[in-house]
Design a protein around this ligand. Structure first.
Ligand code: FAD
Length: 377
């Protein structure tokens, strides 16, 4: 088939597989290039724990630059802003164009409106996950400046908002502070989750001093203030945005076939339904025959199928199919030493479940920390 240039856009959970197997592409005579905004990718499942201080960056980051380069791949630092599928090229924010024979998109999802806010202004969108490290430093500074009682508002009452709120409480209490933390849930806390999960989360957060506001949406956000639609104005030293995610807009703007939520439509080979040389996985794609939740579990399950299909496509071999598998479980870490497990309608909680989550998370991270990350500080 000859040598192919394969470009990986984004070094997220799905592309980690292709990166650790990059040498297989190179050995077959192919060129592999990773486009990434920075050298590190953080595992989201341990992000709230990093905010609370349970984890250090070395516990959850992957040095995607080193992993790629050590295996003969090239790395371009930048952000993809457009996919020109007809010309087989990716356009980067710098204006650079990267031509490909095969490309794969692992661009994750965006927090709507987050482009207007930055950690420098005390407003922390929950993604990218490294924002949570900057937020931890800012929280520690605010704890000193505000005599242990900084005002924090978390906007968004889904699992991410609840986990952030719980871990902010942990950080403040661990340093002897007095929490003034509000979770502005937007609608109902953990909408769509079983009542038992909602009760357990509510208890964990309120028993440590958080105030939960359910109902009014946040209408306007500015440094130092969250305005709610019922007219209330919440003063805040730090604001966290966890009000949901959306597909990267560049997919629809590039004229690619997308689902109604703007994600790249792919078949079971994780291949664009409109462009056979374009692949993708994780939050930025939707299967054409089945809607999956946008959770990391699926990104992780897609990971081996995607890299094997990229190599198979380059070699002209048949592609394999992705099977999403059965129900998945989520375990929330609210920073109180306990885990809250949800699998469909089953909800359990306890200390052993946090230990189980910790074990699962560390096991996943170890598989892809192949570049000495665990010893770096
Ligand atoms: C706080 C939090 C906790 C979570 N906990 C869990 C959990 O416990 N279990 C679970 O299943 N799910 C969890 N999720 C959901 C999970 O994070 C996502 O489903 C998962 O990250 C999707 O993986 P991905 O590889 O598609 O995207 P990502 O992990 O977001 O990776 C995308 C990568 O692409 C890069 N990128 C983005 N844009 C561009 C661009 N334009 N050009 C080049 N590169 C780009 C990014 O830098 C990033 O490295 C959590 C989410 C959050 C916010």
């Amino acid at each position: 088939m000859g040598s192919k240039h394969i470009v990986l856009a984004g070094g997220g959970h799905v592309h980690l597989g292709a990166l650790v197997h990059a040498d297989q592409f190179v050995r077959q005579g192919h060129r592999l290039t990773l486009v990434t905004p920075g050298p590190f990718h953080y595992y989201s499942g341990m992000g709230p724990g990093m905010l609370g201080g349970t984890y250090e960056p070395r516990d959850l980051w992957f040095n995607v630059e080193k992993t790629a380069k050590d295996r003969g791949a090239e790395v371009v630092f930048g952000r993809v802003t457009a996919v020109e599928a007809q010309n087989r090229s990716l356009v980067l924010a710098s204006g650079q164009r990267l031509e490909y024979d095969i490309a794969s998109l692992n661009l994750g999802s965006e927090i709507p409106g987050s482009e207007k806010f930055s950690p420098d202004s005390g407003i922390f969108p929950v993604k990218p996950i490294d924002n949570l490290l900057a937020a931890r430093h800012a929280l520690d500074r605010a704890l000193k400046l505000k005599s242990g009682s900084p005002r924090v508002v978390v906007v968004g009452g889904g699992p991410a908002g609840a986990e952030l709120c719980g871990n902010i409480l942990k950080r403040i209490l661990d340093q002897g502070g007095k929490p003034q933390v509000i979770l502005a849930a937007g609608g109902q806390l953990l909408q769509g989750y079983p009542d038992k999960a909602r009760r357990l989360v509510l208890k964990s957060l309120t028993s440590r001093g958080a105030e939960i506001i359910q109902g009014p949406l946040a209408r306007d956000i500015a440094p130092g203030r969250v305005g709610l639609e019922d007219g209330r104005s919440l003063e805040a030293d730090l604001i966290f945005l966890a009000w949901g995610t959306r597909a990267p807009r560049l997919l629809a703007e590039s004229g690619l076939p997308v689902s109604e939520d703007g994600s790249l439509l792919v078949n079971r080979h994780l291949q664009s339904v409109g462009h056979p040389e374009l692949f993708g996985g994780g939050d930025c794609v939707t299967l054409s025959d089945r809607r999956l939740d946008k959770v990391g579990v699926y990104a992780v399950r897609e990971n081996p199928v995607l890299w094997q299909n990229l190599l198979a496509k380059a070699e002209g071999r048949p592609l394999i199919s992705f099977d999403p598998g059965g129900a998945y479980l989520l375990i929330f870490n609210l920073g109180d030493g306990r885990g809250i497990l949800r699998r469909k309608d089953l909800v359990l909680s306890g200390r052993a479940l946090f230990r189980f989550k910790d074990w699962l998370d560390r096991r996943f991270v170890r598989r892809f920390q192949v570049s000495g990350e665990a010893v770096d500080s």
